[in-house]
Design a protein around this ligand. Structure first.
Ligand code: PGA
Length: 250
């Protein structure tokens, strides 16, 4: 049985003071969760969050990083820096990074390799736009994004990548993929991994759904055969709402 992993992606939200207020209630609300709980925060919040998450079951992640260890890259944060402060997870290739910050399949691949070099656990995002879905190329697109992102990783590494299928038309729009649509797309990704890396890897790799997940639809989504949890944006900002998603099975 694969474990469930539920990650919040705060995007560009929450000041450090707002993080303190979130953490006044959230840890108690999720302390008995069966799912693994992750909060992916803005860099500026990470040290505060890590301190408050110490001695809880909450893991801390960030939302992007550079692939180089150091250098003349003004404004960037390196995997070495993240490792040094003890960050666990890093989101790589979120559609907003791909759309607004020139993230490509190639840079995503470099970042995944860098994450493993620094012992960070990557959450890789893939997903199609509405036009691509309407054109009927979703399967081709998401399996290609997956293949290119994982290129050159070992089977052991691929097993440890969390992949979030996030249809772009469902992100922040209130429009969720139906549980059947989400499960179908996630199965395509698992089948692609099976074809390249074999059964053991495909059966172990954690595949999440993301895109307007809320407490009212989490249970139906997360109980589908191939969906191993979720990557949650807007609904992760409120501690009570996010705790209900984390505790979807209670
Ligand atoms: P959303 O965002 O839950 O607000 O749709 C999900 C994401 O972009 O990770």
């Amino acid at each position: 049985m694969r474990r469930k992993v539920i990650a919040g992606n705060w995007k560009m939200n929450k000041t450090p003071i707002e993080v303190v207020s979130f953490m006044e209630t959230f840890p108690e609300l999720v302390k008995d969760a069966e799912a693994e709980v992750i909060l992916c925060a803005p860099y500026i919040d990470v040290m505060v969050l890590m301190k408050l998450a110490d001695d809880t079951n909450i893991k801390v992640g960030v939302q992007n990083m550079h692939y180089e260890e150091s250098g003349a890259y003004t404004g960037e944060v390196s995997p070495k820096m993240l490792r040094d402060i003890g960050v666990d997870y890093v989101i790589i290739g979120h559609s907003e990074r791909r759309a607004y910050y020139n993230e490509t399949d190639e840079s995503v691949n470099k970042k995944l390799k860098a994450a493993f070099n620094y012992n960070l656990k990557p959450i890789l995002c893939v997903g199609e736009t509405l036009e691509q879905r309407e054109e009927g190329i979703t399967k081709d697109l998401i399996t290609t994004q997956t293949r290119l992102a994982l290129k050159g990783l070992s089977n052991e590494q691929v097993k440890k990548v969390i992949i979030a299928y996030e249809p772009i038309w469902a992100i922040g729009t209130g429009k969720t993929a139906t549980s059947l649509e989400a499960n179908e797309a996630i199965k395509w990704i698992r089948d692609e991994i099976r074809a390249i890396y074999g059964d053991e890897v495909a059966d172990e790799v954690i595949l999440q759904y993301g895109g307007s997940v809320k407490s009212s639809n989490a249970k139906e989504l997360f109980e589908m055969s191939d969906i191993d949890g979720g990557l949650v944006g807007g609904a992760s900002l409120d501690p009570t709402e996010f705790s209900k998603i984390v505790n979807y099975n209670k």
